[in-house]
Write a new protein. Structure first.
Ligand code: AMP
Length: 148
């Protein structure tokens, strides 16, 4: 289980989520603490409710409040990694667990055989809005390609 880790001193993409009044780009230790204070960290901590479909010591999965498909589940690590860009080699096992949990949830949701999509947005150009790493598991309808 994640027990805490040093934050990067510079956080690209900060302008997207930075609370008003917080200097953009470089952060003090105090500001870096705020990075973990996302809605998803609160869900992982049980501080705000969510429709949780799976959880273990490392991960939590819950239904997206704005579903884009009949099945739309978000799988997050409890560790508050902001984006894929912030992953470190030490996170390799955790990323593997994220995918294996998504696979298990797809089976639980009955979408595994028909097929599904997994999406991880990274930073503003991708459309990332919550800066706590999350995997979108989408299924239950045909998907188009290329994505929007
Ligand atoms: P992204 O745009 O990749 O950062 O995805 C963020 C997702 O989080 C969106 O699909 C939102 O609908 C979803 N979302 C935001 N707040 C909540 C919440 N409280 N519970 C569940 N899903 C949420």
């Amino acid at each position: 289980m994640w027990m805490g880790a040093p934050w990067p001193t510079h956080f690209p993409g900060a302008e997207v989520w930075s609370p008003s009044g917080v200097p953009k780009g470089l952060f003090t230790v105090g500001e870096r603490t705020r990075m973990s204070d996302t809605i998803f960290s609160k869900i992982a901590a049980g501080e705000i409710p969510a429709d949780i479909v799976y959880e273990d010591e490392d991960l939590v999965a819950f239904r997206d409040v704005g579903p884009q498909a009949p099945t739309h589940v978000l799988v997050i690590p409890r560790k508050p990694i902001p984006t894929v860009n912030d992953l470190e080699p030490e996170d390799a096992e955790l990323v593997g667990k994220l995918f294996l949990a998504a696979k298990k949830i797809a089976e639980q949701e009955g979408i595994a055989e028909a097929g599904y999509r997994m999406v991880i947005n990274c930073n503003a150009a991708s459309g990332q809005t919550v800066y706590h790493l999350h995997l979108h598991l989408l299924g239950g309808r045909p998907m188009q390609w290329p994505p929007g």
